[in-house]
Design a protein around this ligand. Sequence first.
Ligand SMILES: [Zn+2]
Length: 263
Amino acid sequence: MKCRPLPKSVAPVPDELLSGWLSRLAASNHCEVADLLNHIGIDGKYAAALDHDIDMLAADRISAAARIDPAFVQSMTFAAMPEAEMRLTAQVPFQACPNCADGGLELRHWRRAWAFDCQMCGDRLLPKADRQKGAAVSEKLIERARHGAAVLERVAMSGSARQLRRSMRAVTFAMGLKALRGDPFFALQRPKPNIRLFCLAAIASGQSRPLVKAALCSVDIDVYARIALLRAYEKEPRLLAIVDQIAQRMRLRADVSAISSHI
Ligand SMILES: [Zn+2]
């Protein structure tokens, strides 16, 4: 099949995601993305799937229609990546830059669970569902979450299964405290304001002495804290036993100091 070039072409911006660019291309040619793809012989139902899985033929057809290099079309997608990185890369948009998203622009890095600030303008990325532009979030939580996001990026890039387990344990614990169930990888991509920030902040907090912190939580007799602990450590009973031992020692110490203060 020979594709005729579209009447109008649109130059991609650095780090632009294929599906976002296709939307801009379709808009400038006054049609829908699905129609544009159908027109060039690609099933328009799967426009969003092209970001994660595009074959040479589809890349060639898009490049011929839009008059850009096929290698450039490929570079706008997510190539095959290690499993951890893949699970930390959202299939659907969950955050965007309030400054740059006008006109349907979508950048690749916005899909990463560890992306916190826009690499194009520096503004903080906001959840798609956040209509209030993040007004109600405390600065302290934002800073801790930003730190956690940086940790998460290092962990994802390092490929260390042990470090990833530690980060996800912290997220599972945070989810338990918020009475949330589900996949911790998905919690980091939740469009609901604050959940993602709370989970990222937990990653930062879990970097030093996580077992002692978990024990401190469980000393306060709180059913949510106990459930959170059980969920976070359900696959690691040895670590849970250590947390319980530390908590027991803390309680004993608290009892002794309470007695001595009465003597
Ligand atoms: Zn921006």
